[in-house]
Design a protein around this ligand. Structure first.
Ligand SMILES: NC(=O)c1ccc[n+]([C@@H]2O[C@H](COP(=O)([O-])OP(=O)(O)OC[C@H]3O[C@@H](n4cnc5c(N)ncnc54)[C@H](OP(=O)(O)O)[C@@H]3O)[C@@H](O)[C@H]2O)c1
Length: 192
């Protein structure tokens, strides 16, 4: 079982969200997310889960991280509440951690579930940051990434977003998952 982080952060300040939304709209980035997680198990913090339309994502099993064990999910068959990060170790399948910031940081700081692979998409466009709204960034996670991961040399640029992979140092990391993600990134321009 591998733990894979997927995010898209803003270049320079590592912002991933403002209040309950992502402050840019890049269709190819949404397509990348959809494609890489299609048919997979994803894990989202409760707040990110509540940003999904109707609290669901087609053809994905969703683990919702919340301290509220009585939390009512939108789809009782496909969505499950988990209360502790360590519980992901009970799953045989790969887990795609999709945010938000608090969840990413908790995974990076927990040696039992520290992510194996990070799909690091960096948005180079402009964003408007209003001082009235809460700005959410992943700088704490990026610091750990730069210390404890190595960066693969290939960088894939599409529509103002640069995507590359980081791999956890010192542990076995499933090469098949790395190959699958790289294969998608190499071909994503031509995929339907
Ligand atoms: N650009 C991107 O790639 C991206 C990706 C995802 C999200 N986002 C953005 O990020 C923002 C949301 O992020 P966020 O950091 O505010 O919230 P979040 O991480 O999505 O959710 C936080 C909630 O998760 C639960 N949680 C977190 N750590 C936990 C732990 N160790 N144990 C148990 N429960 C835990 C808590 O839920 P309870 O309060 O219910 O206990 C906590 O309030 C939105 O703006 C969203 O659009 C951006």
């Amino acid at each position: 079982m591998s733990v894979i982080v997927i995010w898209c952060r803003h270049k320079g300040d590592n912002v991933i969200g403002i209040h309950n939304r992502i402050p840019w709209s890049v269709p190819s980035d949404m397509k990348r997310f959809r494609h890489l997680t299609w048919g997979k198990t994803i894990l989202a913090g409760r707040k990110t889960y509540e940003t999904f339309p109707n609290r669901t994502l087609e053809n994905r099993r969703i683990l919702v991280l919340t301290s509220d064990s009585a939390y009512e999910v939108a789809d009782r068959e496909a969505h499950h509440v988990i209360a502790r990060l360590e519980d992901v170790q009970d799953y045989a399948e790969d887990i795609y951690v999709v945010g938000g910031a608090g969840v990413y940081e908790a995974f990076f700081k927990n040696t039992q579930v520290m992510p194996d692979i990070v799909v690091d998409s960096v948005y180079n466009g402009n964003i408007n940051v209003s001082t009235q709204e809460k700005v959410i960034d992943v700088s704490a996670s990026v610091k750990i990434l730069e210390e404890k991961y190595f960066h693969l040399p290939s960088v894939f640029e599409l529509d103002d977003v640069e995507t590359s992979l980081w791999i956890k140092k010192g542990d076995f990391v499933d090469q098949n998952v790395i190959k699958m993600i790289l294969n998608y990134l190499e071909n994503e321009r031509t995929l339907p």
